[in-house]
Design a protein. Sequence first.
Length: 57
Amino acid sequence: MNGKNKKSTEQFNIRMPKELLEDIDEISRILRVNKSEWIKIKLSEIVYEEKNRLKKK
């Protein structure tokens, strides 16, 4: 892999209510996707939308 295209990452740990994690587990099972990947994608979508919303102010 070309080093120019490699994105750096950082681990981020967060405590969540058990019920929320159970919901996320259910969603990932239904969609047949990795739970961590689903969370990462959804969080990215939320951050992108919020960032654009704040820039418009």
